[in-house]
Write a protein that binds this ligand. Sequence first.
Ligand SMILES: Nc1ncnc2c1ncn2[C@@H]1O[C@H](COP(=O)(O)OP(=O)(O)OP(=O)(O)O)[C@@H](O)[C@H]1O
Length: 386
Amino acid sequence: MSLRADIEVRRDEFALGAELTVAPGRVLAVLGPNGAGKSTLLSALSGLLTPDRGRIELGGHVWLDTERRVRVPTHRRGVGLLAQNALLFPYLTALENVAFGPRASGLGKAEARRTAAHWLSEVDAAELADRKPGQLSGGQAQRVALARALAADPKLLLLDEPLAALDIDAAPAMRGLLHRVLRRQQRPTVLVTHDVLDAVVLADELVVLLDGRIVEAGPTRQVLSRPREAFTARIAGLNLLPGVAADGGLELVGGTTASVAMEPGSGAAGGAEGQDGAAVALHGRVAEPLEAGEPAAAVFAPSAVAVHRDRPHGSPRNTIPVRLTGLEPRGDVVRVRGAVRDCPLAADVTPAAVADLSLVPGDEVWFVVKAAEVAIHPVSGGSSGA
Ligand SMILES: Nc1ncnc2c1ncn2[C@@H]1O[C@H](COP(=O)(O)OP(=O)(O)OP(=O)(O)O)[C@@H](O)[C@H]1O
């Protein structure tokens, strides 16, 4: 059941106009700066806000049609929401919190509890069943909140900055969990986030919202690799080497022989390097174990990359052969752009380093990055094929 929405919301100074479609089982990420209209869009989808004009339909069920004066209220839309904060009922246990939705939809007590136990175990929180929210960490509470959203069997799942309130240790685990859970479901999902990594890891499609308008739309990686707007280029600044996990490594999509090798769970050295320079060994931190053939990506910041003319030998660092494509000043640094196979990469280095190395486009150089700076993530199937 696809979500189709075409809405307009007008407020004093602000107007939102957005048209989007999300197919069953697909995740659409909505990225945009503060005030772009992301929350307004989610409120319109959930029914908390009535657009001035538009139509929202989920699998043939019309939720909103302003022309025909149709407006289905929030509680009858079947929308599951996971917000920044878990917002659990404080006096109920985790199990009772999760059982609340099934119970409200008419299930008997025993069956609602069975459903709740199932969803708690799906989010790796079975052992938290008897705890009250006050006895849960932020990450645990957010897992319970996800179970609660899913236990109600919503027709549409809305994720509103679901990782924003989590600390630096809890966020990657929750991101990994969301990735796993979202892959398994058949309903459309809309994810609002500030973090481009969330879009990369979780979303098949991406729209960028600026001043209430969708300025970019398409498969996640395609939008990020060919940004048309300065905002997208800025947020898409991360290096991202996409591929599929294979033989404890990662084969680059579009590359013929290049592969990125990794050590699941360790980040230790040990990947293969090609004899003829054709293969690239790249190690990183693995957020969760990857199976062979699973789409994955190595992600690292341009600021983590050093540029060398000659390959540093005996170094525990990752060395990537890169052909330079361009140089552009960016404040105090120079962004050095290049590509390995067809994958664009960027390094931010000082103007002095550019001068020392006499870098010019067309040069063959080495991009060098520590394993600790590289994160290897599973990515959504849809975005890897872009
Ligand atoms: N109740 C309201 N009345 C009038 N204007 C509002 C109201 N709520 C939000 N706005 C305005 O609508 C615009 C979009 O706000 P919205 O909260 O949707 O943005 P956002 O992209 O979610 O931002 P953020 O990332 O900061 O949460 C903003 O200019 C905001 O000031």
